[in-house]
Design a protein around this ligand. Structure first.
Ligand code: DQA
Length: 144
């Protein structure tokens, strides 16, 4: 089973940006954590990060034809306004899970809206980096 784990803008700055919100761990340690969890679950995870909307859309479109069976995505701030990313996610018929490290509902009002969540199977919010591990576990059930 092959899962694509995508991170949008500024998530490569984990461990640098707003540590009180996103924690001390850097992006590399997130990638290692995802790979370790995927190994333990016996699945293949490709981890991808990009700061650009178009690059994220291109990667989602590529997933249509490259054997990807599920997408886990933290779209960063694009979550709140990117209809283009939403349309790209809606285009590919496979399970999709949205992840947010922070509890967006406890934060500014603009973060309470997700335009991408309605085209995903579910959303994991506020569980820190563990959210990605929970999403991998859930994805196995969704792909079955
Ligand atoms: C985030 C929440 C977004 O509002 C923010 O723009 C991010 C990170 C999260 O993981 O908590 O970049 O997606």
């Amino acid at each position: 089973m092959k899962v694509l784990v995508m991170n949008g803008p500024n998530l490569n700055f984990l461990g640098i940006r707003e540590k009180g919100i996103y924690g001390e761990d850097n992006y590399e340690s997130l990638c290692k954590r995802i790979q370790a969890k995927a190994d333990a679950l016996g699945i293949e995870a490709e981890v991808y990060q990009n700061n650009s909307e178009g690059a994220l859309i291109d990667r989602i479109q590529a997933a249509y034809a490259d054997g990807t069976q599920g997408i886990i995505i933290n779209p960063g701030a694009y979550t709140h306004y990117s209809y283009a990313l939403r349309d790209a996610l809606a285009s590919v018929q496979m399970p999709k899970i949205e992840v947010h490290i922070s509890n967006v509902h406890q934060r500014e009002e603009f973060r309470h809206v997700s335009v991408t969540a309605p085209v995903c199977n579910g959303q994991i919010v506020g569980m820190g980096l563990m959210g990605y591990e929970l999403a991998l576990e859930a994805m196995i059930e969704l792909v079955k």
